[in-house]
Each structure stands twice: as structure tokens, then as C-alpha cells.
Design a protein around this ligand. Structure first.
Ligand SMILES: *Cc1c(COP(=O)(O)O)cnc(C)c1O
Length: 402
């Protein structure tokens, strides 16, 4: 009885306070959480919202992949823990896809790793290679996960601004020599989110030279390599001589096959870098559900006609939005790839002001450019994730909102 009384006294007297670690406390609010809130508030007011904010395909996963999953999920051997690095059959399908699409050779046994979506691999890679205080080169505007992953590893981001005058490629000559000497890793991403820019071969060659000279691990995020227009196929980093000596490429089934909810991706390239990432992962997660991997083998062998159909859908949307915006005097570069359109906001607004204005006056939700980093100020990102009729309707509403 004494013990019980003591217990009651202790829990009464000491109230636990929950304190976030500074690495979490100091994070900017996750961009899309704020956007989600705006979306819910607007819908609650009964507005017929046109949502062009988040890069999540509105088109379902192709039927043959869903059917493959239905069969795979019934197999008891898939109900157990998967292997950490992914099934060999999945990694072989990845290598086969690289050979067909890019004519690049990947050894499935040592140069490919399954990921629980590429976001997972991007978020974890600095943990394998970045020491406290090391520098990581991060493009901005850019995918918010890059700088956050650096914070989690105790590193420092050096921001590489992506400017229109440079075709939204980083200007490496602007990085101080001293910074390069302390740099461990660099993130790059083409086709680019959010600017929709693509990179020429000469850019990747420049990256490889810089990385070789300063011993920098290159992490190229190629999530949008299959969403391209006018038959101009984006390159893989792995197609360029010397890439495998300096880095890896992240890829995802999310955008190519409309599989964002499935959570599967992969990394390929330098075997020591792949092994380092694999070591982190084997201590944190237990791989991807094997039924998803088996269905993904089917996905990676998808008939080219289905993929051209998906591209055609995005191209029609791009044309409707790009032509429409130009018609009302909003400036933008015509996207060559990805499903984003990166437009200049009219002079009287800043990014957030413009997003708020068109939400209120036109019921259109977009993402403010500065949400992807300070160099994105003055821009807005439209995602082509609504049907053509809705995009045309959005342009009509915008015309009336000015
Ligand atoms: C969508 C996206 C990813 C992540 O995709 P996953 O679903 O995690 O595979 C990675 N990088 C960029 C730039 C993206 O836009």
C-alpha cells in the first residue's frame, strides 16, 4: 500500500514537459501542411476549389500494375520480412529499365537498392556520409527534404540559387573554394521540381569534374525523368561518363507510374555510396513489402504506349495552362518536363500575396515559390494535377481576378 501511495505522490508532483530537440524545433513548418490547411478552410466555405498545389498525380495507377499487386499480395512468401536491399528480381528489373531507357549499365547485386519511396533515401543519405559541421550543397528553390536531411545529420547546407538567367542550373563558379573544400555531398534534381527545367549533358559533366576535384558525393534526384514533353527525353546522370565514380541517382515509381501511395523507389550508382545508404537503412527499416516490389517489376516493364498516354495527358494540360497564362499576361518558361509550371507572379504581388489573392478571388490553390527556398520568391508553382477542363476553368477565373 505504501508503494501505491508513493507512486501517486510522484506522478502528482512531477509533471513531465515534452520538449522538442532543437533539430526539430528549428525546422520550418512543412510547406504542404500549411497548404493543406488553406485547402480545408477554403473548401469549408463551400468554394469549388481548383487544387493545383501539390505534386500528387490525380491519375490512378495503371490497371495492369494493380492486377499484379492483387496476385502478389496473395503469396504467403511475401508476408514475411523483406530483404534489406530489395528482392534481386526487383533490382534486376531496375537494371533492365536503366539499360533500355538510358543504355546505362547497373549491377543489380551491388549498384541498386530499394527505397520506401525516394524521399526516404534522400532523407537518410546524409546520415551515412555527413559529419557534424560538414557542408552539403543544396539547390534552392528545391525539394524541401534536401536541407532538412542535412539538418538531421548535423551538417550545414550551402544554398545554390537556381536562377532563370542560368536556365535554373546552379552556378558552381559562385561557390567559394573554401566551401567546396568542406563539402561532402551535393544534391541536384533534373527535371527540376519546382522550376521544370532540364539539364544538358554538359551540366552533368561539370558536376562530375567538380565532384572529382573536391571529393564530393553527388546525389541526383531523377524523380521526373519520365514526365517529359515534345519527345525530348531527359538524361540520366548515369548516362554520363564518370557519374558512377562520384555518385548515385535516386528514382521513384511515384511520378512515372502514378504510384505515390505505394511507397517504392530506388537508388542506383556508386557501390560504396549505395552500401553506405544501405547500412543506415538496415538499422532503421526493414525494406519494402515484397508484394509491392513484385508489382513494381511489372510496373518497370510497362508498355511504352501506356507511358506515352500519361505524357500526352500532362502535355495537354501544360499547353492549356501555359497558353492560358500567357494570354492573360503571366510570364512563365514553357515546361519541357515534370508536371509543374513555374510562373512569375505579377509585379504588384510577392509569392505569398499572389497565392492568397488567387485563392480568395478565384478559388485556385497554388504553391508560393518562396516555400521552396528564398530564391523562389517572386514565383508561383502550378501543378498539372487536374484535368484539362479544370485547368481551362482556372485560367478563366484568373482572367476575371485581375
Ligand atoms: C515527389 C518527389 C520525390 C519523392 O517521391 P517518392 O514518392 O518519395 O518516391 C523526390 N524528389 C522530388 C523532387 C519530388 O518531387
Amino acid at each position: 500500500m505504501e508503494a501505491r501511495k508513493y507512486y501517486a505522490e510522484v506522478i502528482l508532483k512531477h509533471k513531465i514537459s515534452v520538449n522538442l530537440a532543437s533539430r526539430v524545433k528549428n525546422l520550418p513548418p512543412y510547406l504542404f501542411a500549411a497548404i493543406d490547411r488553406m485547402k480545408q478552410e477554403t473548401r469549408a466555405k463551400g468554394v469549388d476549389l481548383i487544387d493545383l498545389s501539390i505534386g500528387d498525380p490525380d491519375i490512378p495507377t495503371p490497371g495492369h500494375i494493380v492486377e499484379a499487386m492483387k496476385i502478389a499480395v496473395g503469396k504467403p512468401e511475401h508476408h514475411r520480412y523483406p530483404s534489406y536491399e530489395g528482392m534481386l528480381s526487383y533490382r534486376e528489373a531496375v537494371a533492365g529499365w536503366y539499360k533500355r531507357r538510358f543504355n546505362a549499365t547497373i549491377d543489380p547485386a551491388t549498384e541498386a537498392l530499394s527505397l520506401i519511396g525516394s524521399k526516404e533515401g534522400i532523407g537518410h543519405i546524409p546520415l551515412a556520409f555527413v559529419e557534424a559541421g560538414d557542408t552539403v550543397l543544396v539547390p534552392s528553390p528545391g525539394y524541401p527534404v534536401y536541407p532538412v536531411s542535412v539538418v538531421f545529420a548535423g551538417g550545414k547546407s550551402h544554398i545554390m540559387p537556381l536562377r532563370e538567367v542560368n536556365g535554373f542550373l546552379p552556378d558552381f563558379k559562385a561557390i567559394p573554394e573554401e566551401t567546396l573544400r568542406h563539402t561532402k555531398l551535393m544534391f541536384i534534381n533534373y527535371p527540376n521540381n519546382p522550376t521544370s527545367a532540364i539539364a544538358p549533358k554538359s551540366f552533368y559533366e561539370e558536376v562530375i569534374c567538380l565532384a572529382a576535384k573536391y571529393n564530393i558525393i553527388v546525389c541526383h534526384d531523377a524523380a521526373y525523368s519520365e514526365i517529359y514533353f515534345d519527345d525530348e527525353k531527359p538524361l540520366s546522370f548515369m548516362q554520363v561518363d564518370g557519374a558512377k565514380d562520384v555518385g548515385i541517382e535516386f528514382h521513384s515509381l511515384s511520378k512515372t507510374y502514378n504510384m505515390t501511395g505505394w511507397r517504392i523507389g530506388f537508388a542506383v550508382g556508386n557501390r560504396s555510396v549505395i552500401a553506405g545508404l544501405g547500412k543506415i537503412k538496415s538499422n532503421l527499416d526493414s525494406g519494402v513489402f515484397q508484394a509491392i516490389q513484385e508489382a513494381s517489376v511489372t510496373a518497370l516493364n510497362t508498355d511504352e504506349r501506356i507511358l506515352s498516354g500519361i505524357r500526352k495527358t500532362y502535355q495537354d494540360r501544360r499547353d492549356a495552362l501555359y497558353d492560358g497564362l500567357r494570354g492573360i499576361g503571366i510570364e512563365a518558361a514553357q515546361p519541357k518536363a515534370s508536371f509543374y509550371l513555374w510562373a512569375k507572379v505579377p509585379k504588384q504581388f510577392d509569392s505569398s500575396g499572389f497565392v492568397a489573392h488567387i485563392l480568395e478571388k478565384a478559388g485556385i490553390l497554388t504553391t508560393p515559390g518562396n516555400g521552396f527556398g528564398a530564391p523562389g520568391e517572386g514565383y508561383v508553382r502550378f501543378a498539372l494535377t487536374a484535368p484539362v477542363e479544370r485547368i481551362k476553368e482556372a485560367v478563366e477565373r484568373l482572367r476575371k481576378a485581375f
